[in-house]
Design a protein around this ligand. Structure first.
Ligand code: GTP
Length: 568
């Protein structure tokens, strides 16, 4: 395929607006898959994705399409819709020249539509706006087209109205991909250069890296180097994804495909890395900002005898997800375990669910915390840590005020879209969470877009659920990182029978300490009644003792303890 007959694009949208459904239609219409019910959402491969109906890992497919007597190779890169995975979206975007921006013709623009639009806009990609679900009775494409014109400054005439479900006008989408998106500006005569935009680990074959070829060509048997580690590998297999792997002899500039080259670990095929031929070294491509863990939690086996099994499950799962950070940790009550870092709360939940489903592991997860920073004032500590500023991901290790000149907390810029009837309630919720309003605009006569600067720890646990329930499900929310800000943080101890319990230590803003502490104690108290009842029950059971945890000088049923840790 000459580069001018290639189009690389991805589909971006708010959750549930129909990305996967449109992808299925495009695959069917280009003959990549057969038209059967079974093929619903072929690109969503993980079990959690099928269950939750969300896309977690980006998937890729090459489609062959003929238009006006010409053959085209269309590379579709599927992307996840949820905020925790916007990192996956930005790396998919970097392999593309254009995007299909899908908006539900009934719901209109939502928070992730806005976030995804800016990712594509900043990368200077061609944006094709698509109104989906026009078959719905309540669809109002006219209103949504004017939202698109107002918020994104895209002429309403550029919009394509479709029903992905019924296939209406999907052919127009394929034509727009060919006519509006420019081909990649690359040449097969240049030295080989490819961007790794995704990688997976396969037990039998090692790392399977997804690459976009930005120049030259690569063959089976070639010796290639990964720019990041400078290691050399031999290409064992290359091919196209349609969406299953189709081995080919060569990959050329402009193509998107996979490569297997004896890499043992996803860390060897770092996302954003550049591959080149050993005999033709080139400058590395710009790459990506590394994904930053923003939510940390302790993970422990239900029983210490399950430690080795859980360890290998975590190891295997992180082989496939390099955005999870893992550190050993231990707790008096829970024994040996780990402290894991995730991109967000959904990322953490999905990881847990995969541990349970794919590895049959059962785990205790403690309450999530965000990465705080402290600027040290004690010369001794600065020397010990090798720097003035330290990051704290475990509340028990929060340094005392006396050795610190300033505490810092991570901030995020949040976007909320909602019908204006809920504005008052939403503003009250945000101000209760120490948020500062940055902006507020009407996107049409009934819907408002608000921007707030939030401390991350205020939205990590229950903010989204509250927002959804106070707006009867109509508000949507997305956020991006916004650096660190000084904050009056304190370490809150909870005493059980006069003794502080390490596992219950929490970092809170001074203003919120009283309410947070009270809520936690109420949780313990609720279990209090339970405790005495349970104890009587347990006395009658021989293995009763095993179910209790000694914490300080109090015995607490394991369930109660775990639920307080989880703040449930
Ligand atoms: P994520 O991958 O989770 O972000 O979702 P998605 O954007 O891929 O949405 P998906 O394709 O899973 O569609 C969400 C829901 O909308 C499904 O129940 C689809 O059947 C439905 N849907 C998609 N397209 C249409 C359409 O054109 N009309 C109607 N009526 N429903 C549609």
């Amino acid at each position: 395929f000459p580069a001018d007959k290639i189009r690389n694009f991805c589909i971006i949208a708010h959750i549930d607006h129909g990305k996967s459904t449109l992808a299925d239609r495009l695959l069917e219409m280009t003959g990549a898959i057969a038209k059967t019910e079974k093929n619903k959402q072929v690109l969503d491969k993980l079990q959690v994705e099928r269950e939750r109906g969300i896309t977690v890992k980006a998937q890729t497919a090459s489609l062959f399409y003929s238009h006006q007597g010409e053959q085209y190779l269309l590379n579709l890169i599927d992307t996840p819709g949820h905020v925790d995975f916007s990192y996956e979206v930005s790396r998919s975007i970097s392999a593309c020249q254009g995007v299909l921006l899908i908006v539900d013709a009934n719901q209109g623009i939502q928070a992730q539509t806005v976030a995804n639009f800016y990712l594509a806009f900043e990368a200077q990609l061609t944006i094709i706006p698509i109104l989906n679900k026009i078959d719905l009775k309540n669809a109002d494409p006219k209103r949504v087209e004017s939202q698109i014109e107002k918020v994104f400054d895209i002429p309403r005439d550029d919009c394509i109205r479709i029903s992905a479900k019924h296939g209406t006008n999907v052919e127009m989408v394929l034509q727009a991909v060919v006519n509006r998106i420019p081909p990649p500006a690359v040449s097969s005569d240049d030295p080989f250069r490819a961007l790794v935009f995704d990688s997976n680990f396969d037990h039998y074959r090692g790392v399977v890296a997804n690459i976009a070829v930005f120049g030259g060509r690569v063959r089976k048997g070639d010796k290639i180097v990964s720019a990041h580690l400078g290691k050399t590998y031999e290409v064992n297999e290359i091919g196209l994804l349609r969406p299953d792997e189709h081995p080919t002899q060569r990959l050329y500039a402009g193509q998107v495909g996979y490569i297997i080259a004896g890499m043992k670990d996803v860390k060897e095929a770092q996302i954003g890395d550049t591959l080149y031929l050993q005999e033709q070294p080139v400058k590395a491509l710009p790459g990506f900002k590394p994904a930053k863990a923003m939510v940390f939690a302790g993970m422990y086996p239900m029983d210490q005898s399950e430690y080795p099994g859980l360890r290998s499950a975590i190891e295997r799962l992180t082989l496939n997800d390099s955005s999870v950070t893992v550190q050993k940790d231990s707790s008096l009550a829970l024994g040996a375990g780990w402290r894991l870092g995730f991109l967000g709360l959904l990322h953490m939940e999905v990881f847990n669910q995969r541990l349970e489903q794919e590895y049959n592991a059962s785990v205790i997860v403690t309450a999530p915390t965000v990465p705080y920073k402290a600027v040290l004032s004690s010369a001794k500590l600065i020397k010990e840590h090798g720097s003035e500023e330290i990051t704290i991901v475990n509340p028990a290790q929060f340094p005392d005020r006396s050795v610190v000149s300033e505490y810092l907390e991570p901030m995020v810029l949040g976007t909320i879209l909602a019908p204006d009837a809920y504005t008052g309630k939403i503003m009250a919720l945000c101000s209760n969470r120490r948020a500062i309003q940055k902006n507020m605009v009407y996107i049409d006569d009934q819907r408002v877009m608000m921007k707030y600067l939030f401390p991350l720890n205020e939205i990590v646990v229950d903010f989204y659920d509250l927002l959804k329930s106070l707006s009867s499900g109509y508000a949507s929310f997305d956020y991006e990182n916004a650096g660190y800000q000084a904050a009056d943080l304190i370490k809150m101890d909870i005493l059980l029978n006069g003794r502080s319990v390490e596992e219950l230590i929490t970092i809170v803003h001074r203003d919120r300490a009283y309410n947070t502490g009270k809520a936690m104690l109420q949780l313990m108290e609720n279990y209090g009644g339970d405790i005495t009842r349970k104890m009587k029950l347990l006395k009658r059971q021989a293995e009763g003792k095993k179910k209790m945890r000694r914490i300080g000088n109090v015995e607490v049923p394991k369930d109660a303890f775990i639920n307080v840790l989880k703040r449930k």
